[in-house]
Every structure is written in structure tokens, then in C-alpha cells.
Write a protein that binds this ligand. Structure first.
Ligand code: FE2
Length: 153
């Protein structure tokens, strides 16, 4: 019979979730930037795809933050904290559509690389809930990479 994982394990998992929360917010803002500012013949497709993506990200960000709270830690919730924890750079509202798509692919790849080891951290500690949540996030971010790449042609 599995017992509840200990505080050390919970803290370790919460710490792994914090940069994922930060980068999810950074990706959300970058996605909005592209949604609002993309121009050119690809406008319609990019505008609609990024809308789907930011609408999906908003509740996911809440889920990740609430999982950190469930594990007993405060959720980072300031732009300063997100900038310290995450590595996704701000977008350029004047970039062309191709460069915007490339910046989104890079951001989606960055967060994927953050999530993968955190799944192992959670699974090793017997935290199937976090492992499941992160596996769902990985599915979304991998699919997003495919769609963004496909749009580049
Ligand atoms: Fe919109």
C-alpha cells in the first residue's frame, strides 16, 4: 500500500513545477503577441491557431499553479518571479510572420524540455497526479510544435 509522499518529495516536485508555470505564462504572453501583431498573407491561419493556443494555456496555467499549492508551496505569481524562473524571451511585435512562428516553436520546445524531466521527478516520487498533469501538458506542447512547424511549410 503506497503511503503519501513526504515533504521533501513534495517540495522537489513543486520546485520543478515553478519554472514550468513561469514558462507557461511567458509562452501565453508570447502567443498573445503573435495573435495580435502578426501581419502578411499568413495572418488568418496564425491568428486563429494562436487563439486556440492561448485559450488552452490559460486554464492550464491555473492548474499548474494550483498543483504547486496542493503540494504545499506558494505559487509564484509576479512578472518578476516569472522572469527569474523562466527562460522564454519576450516577443517582437514588429517581427515578420515567419520569425514569429519560429519564436513560438522555440518557446514550445523550451517548455517541452522543462516538462520532460519533471515528469520523471514526479513519477519517481509516486506523484501520479503531477506526472499525469505534466504528461497532458507535454502532449499539448508537442502537438503545438507540429502545427506551428507545419504552418512554416
Ligand atoms: Fe483575439
Amino acid at each position: 500500500m503506497a503511503t503519501e509522499f513526504n515533504t521533501d518529495a513534495k517540495n522537489k516536485i513543486a520546485e520543478a513545477l515553478k519554472p514550468i508555470l513561469a514558462e507557461s505564462v511567458q509562452l501565453y504572453v508570447l502567443t498573445l503577441n503573435v495573435h495580435w501583431n502578426v501581419t502578411g498573407p499568413m495572418f488568418q491561419g496564425v491568428h486563429l491557431l494562436t487563439e486556440e493556443q492561448y485559450l488552452e494555456l490559460a486554464p492550464a496555467i491555473d492548474e499548474i499553479a494550483e498543483r504547486i499549492r496542493t503540494l504545499g508551496q506558494k505559487a509564484p505569481a509576479s512578472l518578476g518571479a516569472f522572469a527569474k524562473l523562466g527562460s522564454i524571451q519576450d516577443g517582437d511585435e514588429n517581427a515578420d510572420a515567419q520569425a514569429m512562428l519560429k519564436s513560438l516553436i522555440a518557446a514550445q520546445t523550451q517548455i517541452t524540455g522543462r516538462i520532460r524531466p519533471a515528469i520523471a521527478t514526479a513519477a519517481d516520487a509516486g506523484d501520479e497526479v503531477t506526472a499525469g498533469l505534466l504528461t497532458d501538458r507535454l502532449t499539448v506542447h508537442e502537438k503545438a510544435q507540429w502545427m506551428l512547424r507545419a504552418m512554416l511549410g
